[in-house]
Design a protein around this ligand. Structure first.
Ligand code: 13P
Ligand code: SF4
Length: 323
């Protein structure tokens, strides 16, 4: 028997139908990161970057949160919403960068710099968050670091985001961890230069997880959520996209008159792409895989996340840390 494109379409439509029914039955909401597959973005109740998704889950009325992203994102939802059931459709969907730092190693590093504050990128485990003073995302990292009274900052785990912060906050000393995103690190300066040569009129927008030499070529450095807002408001008609390819789907949908170019075919996060419609249906049907955080870790990690959310709303460290 030959499997045709029509069969594929029918299969996808049936899965979408099944997910819609299960969602109602389970009182569930589907939260989707910007790097997810196109068909997963299509069934989202909410799509966004790490900060937008953390904010979105806080006031959710549904009983179940199906998190279509990677493990640390689902974990953040579980930390902020202990009363909800948070499901990660594929339990192996992790972030390799988040695994590059452990709570034990961070604690050891901290002993060498007792005067430093620890800022952790949300791409980290709940245990690492629990060891940190405050979290940040790619959209508020500079704001978070500037808000601290400390002169020295230990920043984990992304050395590229850390270097970007150091360039923008020269009055502080940023002690870097040797972590990186295996997807963004693949994008080279040469690839971007080549694209700029082909499309000289295009603006280059880059995620701060890219190498410093790539970030230096960017017209604008932005989180994934920031890229949508920027493209919408920019008078430019063409853009070179320095982040994971999943972004291009919504960019094209929201800006049909604009053009988008990916400078490398390797800008794919394999972990994000593990989540499929089939696994989402499976997770709702069997209520797997629930992401849970031990209470003593959750309470500490929540403090670091909440401090970040408060800084993003303009609060000062002295006020939120009870100084
Ligand atoms: P954003 O918060 O910008 O979406 O980034 C998340 C991420 O994992 C980037 O690789
Ligand atoms: Fe982690 Fe990089 Fe994938 Fe983002 S793109 S989830 S940082 S591996």
């Amino acid at each position: 028997m030959v499997y045709t494109i029509d069969d594929e379409r029918r299969y996808i439509e049936n899965l979408k139908q099944k997910i819609a029914e299960l969602k109602k039955e389970r009182r569930a909401v589907i939260i989707v990161h910007n790097y997810q597959r196109e068909e997963v973005q299509d069934i989202a109740d909410y799509t966004g970057d790490s900060l937008e998704l953390s904010r979105a889950v806080i006031n959710i009325a549904a009983e179940v949160i199906v998190f279509c992203g990677v493990h640390f994102m689902a974990e953040s939802a579980a930390i902020l919403n202990p009363d909800k059931k948070v499901l990660l459709p594929v339990k192996e969907a992790g972030c390799p960068m988040a695994d590059m730092v452990t709570a034990e190693k961070l604690r050891a590093m901290r002993q060498n710099f007792p005067d430093a504050a620890v800022v952790c990128y949300v791409n980290s485990s709940a245990r690492v968050k629990a060891e940190s003073d405050i979290c940040c995302t790619s959209s508020n990292a500079i704001e978070v670091v500037r808000s601290l009274p400390h002169k020295r900052i230990i920043f984990v785990p992304d050395k590229n985001l850390g270097a970007y912060i150091q360039n923008n906050v020269p009055e502080k000393e940023i002690i870097l961890w040797n972590g990186f995103c295996p997807t963004h690190i693949r994008l080279t300066e040469e690839e971007v230069m080549e694209m700029k040569k082909i499309y000289p009129q295009a603006e280059f927008i880059a995620h701060p997880e890219c190498r410093p030499e790539v970030v230096a070529l960017a017209d604008k450095v932005l989180s994934t959520g920031g890229m949508f807002k920027y493209v919408k408001n920019s008078p430019a008609k063409e853009f070179i996209i320095g982040t994971e390819r999943g972004l291009v789907y919504r960019l094209k949908k929201e800006n049909p008159e604009k053009k988008f170019y990916l400078p490398s075919e390797h800008l794919v996060c394999a972990n994000m792409k593990l989540i499929t419609l089939g696994w989402i249906a499976h997770s709702l049907e069997f209520m797997v895989h629930e992401v849970k955080v031990p209470e003593e870790i959750r309470v500490k990690a929540k403090l670091a996340l909440e401090r970040m959310l408060e800084v993003s709303q303009g609060a000062k460290w002295q006020a939120i840390a009870g100084y």
